[in-house]
Design a protein around this ligand. Structure first.
Ligand code: AHR
Length: 715
């Protein structure tokens, strides 16, 4: 437990008397000698705030895209998820091969179930194509009108169904000895929820369960060759729910002469309306939360996801462009299957929808299980892959990969300024990164001299334009290091990109204590925007549906949480949001005196129980100041992490005067454990109010556990 000490060390009884007398004097109108003072030097600009200072970092973790942002509602739509449990070790040195080479066909298809008398199995002998080389074999021999046979999918911990909403279903299918129709429907088990369905489609009774049909459509006939089928259907005036299933069913067993019909299915897909109506697009509520925070860049695709556990599990971008049915998918290093429907074009679409600049991380010849390719000819194919990836993002129609991007639906080349070589290459203990970085650096600079190259750890071979630093910390650690960049060497030639950071307190999403650590840290980043180029929190997303080990969450303390139906921002999200929304373009010089501190009892190291814990004095008040040069508005951020109110004197020098009225945007909570959740999504949210009594020198009381952003008008 932290002890707030308001600028004093331990109080002896004599000192306590003096302290109480001082406090009494202060309340009686005398100057309180230890009143914290934050000074802002408005005539001294220390940095231009980079316009892309606040951004997002993302990767496929915690069901971020599949079961998250990606609009797809069907889980295991391509039937390859079984490969994960099949225990197949991929061929680490053949990046050309699609992973997996084998599918355990004897396994029951994951996340699919039968309806009625249907039989289902995985079939590798009737593939759609080389990429989607396993299909779902659905045998319909027992089907009748009163007893339909079908296949059902429960989505990612449920399929969300909303009222008066149109859904778009599609699938590839081929039939043998089957000439009946298929019914495609969204059904709701009646017993699990008292949903009133006014749909004219009414109630369907499948053997063993009763369901109501929220919406359905008919596909009249299935061809004997693979073909794509698409239908749309609209729900009626129903209550939103997530306990739904998607069903494809038949009411006829086969043909007139042969009652044993078979239908093969592949890429069975269901989309609700998407953000900005983008085809193959994103979930609306989560996109809106992101858009509300106005992020300026997106670092993608990782994180560990860019590397993969093995070479052929890396972010192999060429297998993640083009038609969805040509994308083989791969196993994510976070332990689950990715169809790669959310591939390179979709990352770019996300950037376009939210007006973010892409910060592209390229695979750099190192996989997470420590396989690496040393610099030289063996690395060259990966360097070429990276150059072509840059061409995909930035090229025009005259380039091979620019033309492919245009074909994929993005006619305008994307503005790209930063390319990151790998991810966290300090884990590569072989020492190969120096050489690998140099080879990528030289090739990229030769072809794209305007690009800024980011290294993931310091190197000697070249001077990186930027170095990516990562910090995952406790609240106390984050606050302890919240003045560290003030002391950084200004002569260093590389700028800093804090490409991953988080105060990891709270699970699945961070609580108010975390938000306080985050805000202290962001004050540090803002004050040092002359050397810190940009930064982003990580991880961004978590599906909170199933929090047991190895289920919907692989990493705790994630900015935004959701289940199939709803989403919410954590207190850390709201801290990010207000920092991102409220800042100027100029960083002003600041100084402070009498900052209060608390005593942090540093826990004994985890692996060394004998090592005694030690203590450290940590500041409990943090600040930064920026100015909007167009309007003269000064934006002051004050973080009071203490559990008690804190008076702070704010002095603004170098201005004629400050208007009496301004605004305060405050994020606060009753205590540091307070948090948001699906049940209470808005428990800790910021509020903006008008404030008065402002001037070039004023004292204000900052609430306990609070983050305050003051907007002051300089005259
Ligand atoms: O954010 C989670 C992981 O933390 C990232 O994938 C990795 O870069 C870091 O170690």
């Amino acid at each position: 437990m932290s002890l707030i000490k308001c600028g004093t060390r331990e109080l002896s009884s004599l000192k306590l008397v003096v302290f109480i007398s001082m406090f009494a004097a202060a309340t009686a109108g005398f100057t309180q000698t230890n009143l914290p003072v934050v000074q802002i030097q408005a005539d001294k600009v220390t940095a231009q705030m980079p316009p892309t200072f606040y951004g997002l970092m993302t990767e496929e973790i915690n069901y971020s895209y599949e079961g998250g942002l990606y609009g797809e509602l069907i889980r295991n739509r391509a039937f390859k998820a079984d490969a994960i449990s099949a225990g197949i070790k991929p061929d680490v040195y053949d990046p050309a091969k699609n992973y997996p080479m084998k599918i355990a066909v004897t396994n029951a298809p994951k996340f699919w179930s039968t309806v009625g008398s249907a039989k289902i199995s995985l079939d590798i002998n009737t593939p759609l194509n080389d990429a989607l080389n396993v299909s779902l074999k659905f045998e319909v021999s027992g089907a009748s009108k009163n007893s339909p046979a079908g296949v059902a999918n429960g989505g990612y911990w449920g399929i969300p169904v909303r009222p008066n909403t149109t859904y778009h279903a599609s699938f590839f299918a081929k039939a043998k000895n089957f000439d009946g129709a298929l019914t495609v429907s969204l059904v709701h088990p009646v017993d699990s929820n008292n949903v009133t369905v006014k749909s004219p489609l009414g109630t369907q009774v499948f053997p063993g369960e009763t369901t109501v049909t929220a919406a359905s459509a008919i596909v009249p006939k299935i061809s004997g060759d693979w073909q794509k089928y698409e239908v749309s259907f609209t729900t009626g005036d129903i209550a939103p729910s997530k306990e739904n299933r998607f069903v494809i069913s038949a009411t006829k067993p086969g043909t007139f002469f042969n009652h044993h019909g078979t239908v093969w299915l592949q890429q069975v897909s269901l989309f609700p309306p998407t953000y900005k109506d983008r085809p193959n697009g994103d979930r609306i509520d989560i996109s809106q939360l992101l858009a509300d925070a106005q992020p300026k860049f997106l670092r993608f695709p990782g994180g560990n996801y860019v590397e993969g556990d093995y070479f052929n599990e890396r972010f192999d971008w060429k297998k993640m462009v083009g038609p969805l049915e040509q994308r083989p998918g791969h196993r994510s290093c976070w332990g689950y299957w990715s169809t790669d429907g959310f591939g390179l074009p979709e990352f770019l679409g996300w950037c376009q929808d939210l007006n973010m600049e892409p910060v592209l991380a390229v695979f750099a010849g190192y996989a997470l299980r420590h396989d690496y390719v040393k610099a030289g000819p063996e690395l060259e194919p990966y360097v070429q892959e990276a150059l072509e990836e840059i061409e995909y993002v930035t090229g025009d129609a005259s380039t091979k990969w620019g033309a492919q991007r245009i074909k994929d639906g993005y006619p305008t080349p994307f503005k790209l300024r930063y390319v990151e070589i790998g991810n966290e290459d300090f884990f590569d203990k072989s020492g190969s990164y120096d050489g690998r970085f140099a080879q990528f650096y030289d090739a990229i600079k030769a072809k794209y001299p305007q690009l800024q190259i980011i290294a993931t750890t310091p190197v000697k071979s070249r001077v990186p334009d930027v170095i990516d630093e990562h910090y995952y910390k406790s609240e106390e650690e984050m606050e302890s290091q919240s003045f560290m960049y003030d002391a950084r060497d200004r002569a260093a030639k590389s700028k800093i990109f804090v490409g991953e950071w988080a105060t990891r307190v709270g699970s699945p999403t961070p609580n108010m204590a975390a938000a306080l650590g985050d805000a202290a840290w962001m004050c540090c980043l803002e004050r040092n925007a002359d050397i810190v180029l940009m930064h982003c929190y990580a991880p961004l997303f978590v599906n909170v549906s199933d929090l047991g080990a190895g289920r919907s969450m692989q990493w705790k303390s994630d900015l935004i949480g959701y289940d199939a139906l709803n989403s919410y921002g954590s207190p850390s999200y709201y801290a990010q949001k207000i920092f991102s929304l409220y800042h100027g373009d100029e960083v002003l010089a600041t100084d402070a005196q009498n900052l209060p501190t608390y005593e942090w009892k540093i826990p004994a190291r985890r692996n060394n129980a004998d090592q005694p814990a030690t203590t450290r004095e940590v500041k409990s008040l943090f600040y930064s100041a920026t100015r909007d040069s167009a309007t003269g508005k000064i934006i002051v951020k004050i973080v009071n992490r203490a559990d008690a109110p804190q008076d702070v004197k704010i002095e603004i020098n170098g201005v004629n005067s400050i208007a009496d009225e301004g605004t305060a945007t405050v994020l606060k909570a009753e205590n540091r454990d307070a948090t948001n959740s699906l049940g209470e999504p808005m428990k800790v949210v910021p509020a903006t109010e008008k404030v008065s009594g402002l001037s070039a020198s004023f004292t204000r009381t900052f609430p306990p556990c609070s983050i305050t952003i003051l907007e002051l008008q300089a005259k």
